[in-house]
Design a protein around this ligand. Structure first.
Ligand SMILES: Cc1cc2nc3c(=O)[nH]c(=O)nc-3n(C[C@H](O)[C@H](O)[C@H](O)COP(=O)(O)OP(=O)(O)OC[C@H]3O[C@@H](n4cnc5c(N)ncnc54)[C@H](O)[C@@H]3O)c2cc1C
Length: 381
């Protein structure tokens, strides 16, 4: 007797023997999420276990989280942000985080040519309008010595305020260890590495739920496929709650705008303001500006990745007040992405059950943190 699918859409559940023996074959490790964390985790796991079968599943047609939607700052912390982190997390944890980020930036440059990912070692700067943080500058430089091996990570560079054309700015602090990169090109370069290392990446594959047993883990996707693995690693960052309800991760939307090209734009580098709540850079003669989340914190605790008028207006106000006084350039692009936050900034990298692990809550500097978190996680598996 022939059994046919009851409904047309049930054909989605049918897979061929060829698909079953390749793409859907049982895996040693499945990583959920192909953002920077998932990709770096796969990289270190495959280095550690070259013969293990590793697959990354990603719900978007391309990696659809914060990794492809950020500002491309290769940074590890501004003076006011570090001071605030020390207040909320204590000096030891704050220093640990700085160390992880600094190591992460070094790792990126060890594995990829600057030109392949548009890495520019431009230096990072913080605009400042209060004196109190400056009184702690020497203490923070001493704290950072074990991280950067420099006696002065932060240096006052007020002479550049006029050169860069800023208004309403009293102090400018330089950190020569920061720079910028192209997040899309970095994802692309990591995906090429995955292919070279024989790590399978399945885009358009969203995990709906999973069941762990004594023998394996079965994963159900939203298109009704079943995958099977010995171990599963969640690198789902802000989107973790529906899969891992007990993980303390809060989604936080970040919004960005990009201006048209500005003739004669003088500033060079990446810039922070107000504990990192505003950030901007020169992107090929345009201003890429993001942040202002602190002007409407409650509305920005969301998983909806779209821009809103109040935040975009706050960004435009900042643009004309500090960066381009008296100018009103056209805005050519606006976008939003979702970060993962928590009560403090330490990422959650741990084993959850016999067969599951997670590396989530990368916060606002995940470009730098992801390589180190991927490495830490691979050491646990
Ligand atoms: C606007 C903005 C600006 C930022 N600027 C910077 C910056 O300049 N420098 C910096 O260092 N950091 C910045 N960040 C933070 C940085 O982008 C993140 O910390 C980093 O990208 C996190 O990487 P991730 O891989 O952990 O998470 P993500 O990139 O969010 O990856 C998680 C992945 O999991 C996938 N996923 C989720 N659920 C499922 C599921 N059920 N099934 C399959 N796949 C799933 C998602 O589609 C996503 O691709 C910024 C963030 C934003 C939003």
């Amino acid at each position: 007797m022939i059994h046919l699918p009851h409904k047309n859409k049930d054909h989605l559940q049918q897979i061929s023997i060829w698909e079953a023996e390749t793409f859907y074959a049982p895996q040693d490790i499945i990583i959920v999420g192909a953002g920077f964390t998932g990709l770096w985790t796969a990289f270190y796991l495959k280095q550690k276990y070259p013969s293990k079968k590793i697959t990354i599943i990603e719900r978007g047609p391309v990696p659809a989280g914060a990794s492809g939607r950020n500002a491309g700052f290769a940074c590890f912390g501004s003076l006011t942000e570090i001071l605030s982190d020390i207040d909320t997390m204590g000096a030891d944890k704050a220093l640990q985080l700085l160390h992880w980020r600094f190591e992460g930036l070094k790792t990126i440059r060890q594995h990829f040519n600057d030109s392949a990912i548009d890495y520019y070692n431009t230096g990072g700067y913080e605009l400042l309008n209060e004196e109190a943080p400056l009184e702690k500058l020497n203490a923070i430089n001493s704290l950072l010595y074990p991280v950067t091996s420099a006696t002065e990570t932060f240096v006052l560079k007020n002479d550049l305020i006029e050169e860069f054309g800023f208004a309403n700015t009293q102090y400018l602090i330089e950190n020569r260890f920061e720079g910028s990169l192209h997040p899309g090109k970095l994802i692309g370069a990591l995906l090429q590495k995955m292919s070279a290392m024989d790590v399978q990446v399945m885009c358009g594959t969203e995990l709906k739920n999973f069941e762990e047993s004594a023998d394996d883990i079965k994963l159900q996707t939203t298109d009704k496929r079943t995958l099977q693995a010995q171990q599963v690693i969640f690198c789902t960052n802000a989107f973790s709650k529906s899969l891992l309800p007990h993980i303390a991760v809060v989604p936080a939307r970040g919004q960005v705008l990009l201006t048209e090209p500005i003739p004669g734009l003088k500033l060079k580098g990446i810039f922070h303001y107000d504990e990192g709540f505003y950030y901007f850079r020169n992107l090929n003669g345009r201003i890429l500006l993001g942040g202002a989340r602190n002007t409407s914190i409650a509305t920005e605790y969301t998983l909806d990745a779209f821009t809103t008028l109040p935040i975009q207006q706050a960004l435009e106000d900042f643009l004309s007040k500090f960066i381009l006084p008296g100018q009103k350039p056209a805005i050519t692009h606006r976008w939003a992405g979702i970060m993962a936050m928590g009560q403090e900034k330490t990422p959650i990298v741990k084993q959850l059950t016999d067969r599951t692990f997670c590396a989530v809550k990368l916060g606002g500097m995940g470009v730098a943190l992801a390589p180190t978190m991927g490495k830490l996680l691979a050491e646990m598996v």
